[in-house]
Ligand binder design. Structure first.
Ligand code: AHR
Length: 661
């Protein structure tokens, strides 16, 4: 009997405890009290040519150093001669005739069957070749009347096996530079292929701009972008595309700054520039990293249009990177920089009768690109930045009052530099302030309420570069693991809750090549054939795809969910689908059970949908081999008229859609 009593008491205790542990928290959603409208631009992407993001990445050119303009003219190339003859292959520099692309090769055709000359190109850490795919091989050449010759071209796999061949046949005589193009069809798949060209004939040939592009580019555009990489962006439905950076805008020094005018017009005339990420990090130098600008400002605008994103170009403000040289243009010499900004608006939006609008039309886009935002400076700081910004803003808005100016809050989200810029830009009436945070995951978790008390009036926020660092900023040990992504999701609920203040947000950087990166973490990783989204990518995509149209208050016992009990939540109303959308992070090591209750709207139907990332460990990452190890799963959610009961797994992120009437 005594034993039985004890057992019963024990059961009662256990029952009581478990009842207590499972008592659902009531999360109240005030559907009748909609808050701020969510801007169509809310979740965007930040593009910079870092980590072989453009050349060797999204720009699908497969030949490295196609125009021999790297500081070592034959970098990426190998010349094999059998036997060797002095002067049979020469690098000629004709700077006066062709200042943008002065170098070319002069090749003496081998004059007997006992002599051979072969040129091979290694690509960007190899070339990605796919069986069944076609490749466009092109080059520019001059061939004097007394010469004659042909080229044999091969694609080889890493072991030297031939994957594709072509023979140009006898080339026509050409006294002026002429471009020719041929097609190769690949019989095998290889991520580390190379290109080989043999010369047959007599006399000599001048050859330049040797190029190889896959046929299956994004939208099938010749000389275009890698389709798999752009598809990952398009799948996010980003609200804006920020380009071209990042520090690349500033340059190591002013000579090395990004100048958009040098990136438009015929690709052969776009002057190559060393990429500042080539030498930025001693521990990750990339001596073969240059900017060919095949992906230039026209292509950026076109890409933004393709993926439905508002273009957000960032221009140099007359200051080079302050971590590097901190070079400065005197105020008296700033006008050409300002003129570049004015001309850019004309290039993007101007009538086809204007100088720059005409160029845009000649490149294939007579219609305007609808530019509305213009960033002046990236991570620049100090009174000298404010002084230059004031001059830009005044000049741009005098001519184009509808352009919203984006100003930089510097490198950090707090501190004296930030305070000076924040106050200065607000006083100046800058429309959007660009804040950056590269911080550890703990910072993201504990700053989910960062914008709760930001001024509702005045400048709006572009959270223009952020990423949780599993180690520390710029450390090569940073990982795109679930811990970082979960902390970003928690933080992003705070951005969404404050959509009245935060109008734009983008993770940074965007792309990284597994064999050629300088900076980690990055949103999307690629090799020469494949690409995958990190856990961070999936978080970004979930927020963007379930963006909604207005903020709805969601609270527990009257308080917003921004970290208490490791819970983070935001809620929006999707007025097109007529659905309430809850985003919820449970950062605890235990599950948590909720009841989502709505006031002001009634739940419609009996089944809702959730996209959930759960059952994953904090240190899990995705990879080329396991691209979807951490990815959302879709599952149904039971709805009742009284609300939605939901259990959030430990370390989980979920988007729950509830149809309403
Ligand atoms: O995203 C990498 C770099 O981080 C950007 O170029 C720069 O703006 C920031 O410091």
């Amino acid at each position: 009997m005594r034993l039985m009593n004890i057992t019963l008491i024990g059961c009662g205790l256990a029952l009581g405890l478990s009842l207590h542990a499972q008592a659902p928290k009531v999360l109240s959603i005030a559907a009748d009290k909609p808050g701020a409208a969510i801007q169509p631009t809310m979740w965007g992407v930040f593009f910079e040519d870092i980590n072989l993001g453009a050349d060797g990445g999204v720009y699908a050119e497969m030949v490295k150093n196609r125009s021999f303009e790297f500081y070592k003219p034959l970098m990426g190339w190998k010349v094999r001669q059998q036997p060797f003859r002095e002067g049979a292959v020469m690098v000629v520099n004709e700077r006066t005739a062709n200042p943008a692309n002065p170098r070319y090769l002069k090749v003496q055709f081998p004059d007997s069957v006992y002599h051979s000359i072969t040129l091979s190109n290694e690509g960007f850490r190899g070339m990605g070749v796919k069986a069944g795919n076609r490749y466009f091989f092109s080059f520019m050449y001059r061939l004097p009347v007394q010469a004659q010759g042909a080229l044999e071209v091969r694609l080889l796999d890493a072991g030297g096996k031939v994957l594709a061949t072509l023979n140009t046949g006898k080339l026509q005589v050409a006294s002026q530079w002429q471009k020719v193009e041929y097609t190769l069809s690949a019989t095998g798949t290889e991520p580390k292929a190379s290109l080989e060209i043999s010369f047959k004939g007599k006399g000599s040939i001048d050859i330049d701009f040797i190029s190889l592009f896959p046929e299956d580019t994004w939208k099938g555009r010749k000389g275009g972008l890698r389709a798999d990489m752009i598809q990952l962006l398009a799948d996010m439905k980003p609200g804006f595309l920020r380009f071209p950076g990042g520090c690349i805008v500033e340059g190591h020094d002013l000579n090395n700054r990004y100048q958009w005018k040098k990136t438009v017009g015929p690709v052969e005339q776009r002057e190559l520039l060393i990429n500042r990420w080539n030498f930025e990090f001693g521990h990750r130098t990339t001596p073969d990293y240059f900017q060919s600008f095949g992906l230039g400002f026209f292509e950026y605008f076109q890409l933004a249009e393709d993926i439905g994103a508002a273009p957000l170009p960032i221009l140099n403000c007359g200051m080079a990177c302050q971590y590097n040289t901190a070079e400065l243009v005197p105020m008296a010499d700033l006008q050409p920089y300002i003129q570049d900004a004015l001309d850019l608006v004309e290039f993007a939006n101007g009538d086809t009768g204007t100088t720059w609008g005409k160029l845009r039309a000649s490149m294939g886009h007579p219609a305007p690109f609808g530019l509305r935002y213009l960033g002046v400076g990236n991570e620049n700081w100090g009174p000298q930045y404010l002084e230059r910004m004031a001059a830009f803003k005044q000049a741009i808005q005098q001519e184009y009052p509808y352009i919203q100016i984006v100003g930089s809050a510097g490198t950090d989200p707090d501190g004296d530099r930030f305070d000076l810029l924040n106050a200065g830009l607000r006083a100046m009436g800058v429309e959007i302030i660009d804040e950056h945070y590269y911080r550890r995951p703990e910072w993201f978790f504990s700053n989910a309420a960062r914008y709760d008390n930001y001024p509702a009036q005045g400048a709006k926020i572009l959270a223009g570069e952020y990423a949780a660092q599993s180690d520390r900023p710029a450390s090569p040990n940073n990982k795109n693991n679930w811990h970082t992504a979960l902390s970003e999701a928690a933080f992003m609920t705070g951005l969404e809750r404050n959509a009245g203040v935060v109008h734009m947000a983008s993770y940074a950087p965007l792309f990284a090549h597994v064999d050629g990166w300088q900076w980690s973490p990055d949103l999307i990783w690629v090799d020469n054939l494949k690409s995958y989204g990190t856990p961070n990518y999936h978080v970004q995509k979930l927020f963007s795809l379930h963006k909604g149209h207005s903020v709805l208050p969601i609270s527990h016992r009257g308080l917003s969910l921004s970290g208490a009990d490791s819970l983070y939540a935001s809620c929006v109303y999707d007025s097109v689908q007529k659905e309430v959308v809850v985003k919820l992070v449970n950062a605890k090591e235990v599950s948590d059970t909720f009841r989502l209750e709505l006031s002001g709207m009634r739940i419609s139907g009996t089944v809702g949908k959730a996209w959930v990332i759960e059952n994953v460990q904090l240190d899990w990452v995705n990879s080329i081999e396991q691209p979807e190890k951490v990815a959302p799963q879709q599952k149904p959610v039971v709805l009742t008229a009284r609300g939605v009961s939901y259990t959030a797994a430990p370390r989980s992120f979920q988007v729950i859609r509830i149809p309403v009437k």
